[in-house]
Design a protein around this ligand. Structure first.
Ligand code: CU
Length: 156
């Protein structure tokens, strides 16, 4: 029995290691799985950027996205984009719920992490860190991959 347990444990550890290697696209924090954090390259010295990510909650209790921060921009905020009087507007999203066994998706034309006052351009293929703070899972350093200028995320 003890042998079997040891074997299972070893298998689990190696499996976990493999998963991490196979998909740098996926990060875990407590019950949360953060999938494919990405941004777009900033053309011609644009000073703003946006970060998108899918956050899955595999736990039995809800969590909340409280805030975002980064070193790469003067100001980092979680935003909500919406249509108001036929105009695209965006505003601070406030606290966002991630239901138990549910998900919160940050995607173009919807929720996003807004980077304002970028200190350097975002270049395709580069990665940078955005820190997300959750009510339950705490702070998570999200590794963001910079995609193409016109990336809409469909191909991922
Ligand atoms: Cu925004």
């Amino acid at each position: 029995m003890k042998k079997l347990l040891t074997f299972l444990l070893a298998a689990l550890i190696s499996l976990g290691g493999f998963t991490t290697l196979a998909s740098a696209h996926e990060q875990k924090a407590g019950d949360l799985v953060l999938e494919h954090a990405w941004s777009r390259a900033t053309p011609g010295g644009a000073k703003t950027g946006a970060v998108f990510v899918k956050i899955e909650n595999h736990g039995d209790t809800a969590d909340q996205l409280l805030s975002a921060s980064s070193e790469i921009a003067a100001m980092t905020e979680v935003h909500q984009m919406s249509m108001e009087n036929d105009m695209m507007t965006m505003k601070p999203a406030g606290v966002l719920d991630i239901p138990a066994h549910g998900e919160l998706v940050l995607k173009p034309h919807s929720y996003h992490v807004m980077l304002m006052g970028l200190k350097k351009p975002l270049i395709e293929g580069d990665t940078f860190i955005v820190t997300l703070e959750f009510a339950k899972a705490g702070k998570v350093d999200l590794q963001v991959v910079v995609g193409k200028v016109d990336d809409m995320g469909e191909e991922h």
